[in-house]
Design a protein around this ligand. Structure first.
Ligand code: PMV
Length: 307
């Protein structure tokens, strides 16, 4: 059995959906929750053994993100199909905006490239995973594969070199899971329908979200937690206006704000899935987390930046 290759989950702190329309977005890795892949001798062909799904995927399967990824990697490196099984497992909930598909593809990409003896740069991994993401998401902006492959906070504009950045302060986040699986492909499609009907209105919202993201980057770099929290609230309001809210997300946002969060918003595709709240410090992070679990939802704690 080979070493295990892993990739983190992610959350989007600012700018989801607007990023599809060319606005900037900010995403951070969730390093404590990861997908892992490791290889072992195969059964005559290349198989991705998705243990959590109890599914074995081979190269004949053209509709799987993993076969698309493996095929692209083999073509790029001009290698034949190896006799290899790659086992895959993930701690990330699916369909919840935590980047489960990008993390699993990235872990498989690392395990397979290691076996093939090719050393891929982060941007090359990100590109390969992006192509695989299209199977899952339709027309992804590319933010998920970028933050997961770089494993650093990123400021992302579609089609441009991602900017990795950091803060001189620790930001304490709590992620709350509505438990409602939601398809990003669907919410992105719904936003597109609204945009086709009301382009001026929707472009106005996307501009506002873009401004919030710019402000968010400044506030993170300045270590200004209060400002980051306020901008998260503003971003949440705008996400509701573009129609990707959900009453369960509202409940979680209210619970966290009542528990003292500096700000809270849905994260990712919306329509269910996860929300994220910013706590003042580690103690309050724990309290907010407890309030969410007391209300019957799953919650995770994560941080970024360093004091
Ligand atoms: O649901 P997630 O976490 O994969 O986030 C999707 C982010 C969107 O902006 C809604 C779509 C995209 O491709 O950027």
């Amino acid at each position: 059995m080979s070493d295990s290759f892993t990739a983190p989950g992610k959350i989007i702190l600012f700018g989801e959906h607007a990023v599809v329309y060319g606005k900037p977005a900010i995403a951070i890795p969730v390093s404590g929750m990861r997908a892992s892949a490791w290889s072992e001798p195969g059964e005559g062909k290349l198989t991705i053994n998705a243990l959590d799904l109890n599914e074995k995927i081979d190269l004949k399967n053209k509709t799987s993100q993993f076969s698309v990824l493996a095929q692209a990697l083999l073509s790029r490196t001009k290698q034949n199909e190896p006799n290899l099984t790659i086992n895959l497992t993930s701690k990330l909930p699916q369909g919840s905006g935590m980047g489960s598909s990008a993390a699993t593809s990235t872990a498989v990409c690392k395990a397979l490239s290691n076996y093939l003896g090719v050393d891929l740069e982060k941007n090359q991994i990100s590109e390969l995973v992006f192509d695989a993401e299209k199977i899952v998401h339709g027309t992804p902006s590319g933010i998920d594969n970028t933050v997961v492959a770089y494993e650093s906070p990123v400021y992302f504009v579609k089609g441009k070199e991602p900017l990795t950045f950091d803060s001189g302060r620790t930001f304490y986040l709590v992620i709350g899971d509505t438990g409602i699986e939601s398809s990003t492909k669907e919410t992105v499609g719904n936003v597109r329908s609204l945009w086709e009907k009301e382009p001026n209105l929707m472009n106005g919202y996307f501009d506002e979200i873009g401004n919030v993201t710019e402000g968010g980057k400044q506030a993170i770099e300045n270590g200004d937690k209060e400002a980051v929290g306020e901008l998260m609230n503003k971003n949440h309001e705008l996400l509701n206006k573009i129609g990707v809210g959900h009453q369960e997300l509202e409940k979680l946002v209210d619970i966290t704000l009542e528990a003292g969060a500096l700000g809270a918003k849905l994260t990712g595709g919306g329509g269910g899935g996860n929300m994220v709240a910013l706590a003042k410090n580690a103690e309050e992070q724990k309290e907010i987390c407890e309030k969410i679990t007391e209300a019957g939802y799953r919650a995770y704690q994560t941080t970024f930046g360093e004091d």
